[in-house]
Design a protein around this ligand. Sequence first.
Ligand SMILES: [Zn+2]
Length: 299
Amino acid sequence: VPSVIAVDVGGTSIKSALVDEAGGLARRRAIPTPVADGPDAVVDAIRRAVHELLADDVVAVGVVVPGVVGPEPGVVSYATNLGWRDVALGARLGADLGVPVLVDKDVKATALAERTLGVAHGLRDCLVVAIGTGIAAVAVSGGEVVRGANELAGEIGHICVDPRGEACPCGQRGCAERYASAAAVARRYAARAGVLRPADEVVARLAGDPDAAAVWAEAAEALAAMLASCTLLLDCTLIVLSGGLARAGEALREPVARALAARLAWREPPAVSVSPLARDAGVLGAALLAWQNVRAGAG
Ligand SMILES: [Zn+2]
């Protein structure tokens, strides 16, 4: 079956799979992202992930990263959570593969998957929020994706929710992603409880662990404050929570929707939904982008 290699590079793990044109996933893999070993180690890990899946029926490669891609195609100009600046990822991956390599921004892939296969299908005014190691979003307004003058629209993880809050690597204080990303939940739980647990373990402990409950409540409040700002600007009908943290399901959706409604008391709040694609949205979106690229090349 003709397939593309789809790779979703996160700040914590690199997820990959072979994806056929109907969206069928095969040979799924996830390896840790070696961020601590430096920018080149991350590139090498992506190379290995791609080569491991390379086969005769592979027609293209789609790689999505948590950062800013372009203006030059294939060049990641900035990715905070990978420690990258101006990494020519496309050239470094593509040299010996023999198939086209497409590099794009992860949240763009997530939003494409949610709008093609997920709950945002057909909506004219919605916000797709990817919550993983960081937080970013794609806004759809009047049926069009909001890109901005420099393709920088949607970096909502750096909306300030506490002007005197925690310092963020972006240079500001109190950014939403310092409280509500999957990495932040793990880090803030460790600071309180003295035990390092990934975000999904913190979620699993909500019922009986006051530290888990406190960290989670702060995360939900930070997300609600961030999403209230987005709603005031965009007036969307639906907010889709996607990415790794969305695997928490109702445990995430309910407190966020409740806190958002409280912050928007004067108006009807948008619906909040948790993506059923969640963790796979990035890989599926990377595949959709790669397939689009293949069809554009053929046509
Ligand atoms: Zn920030």
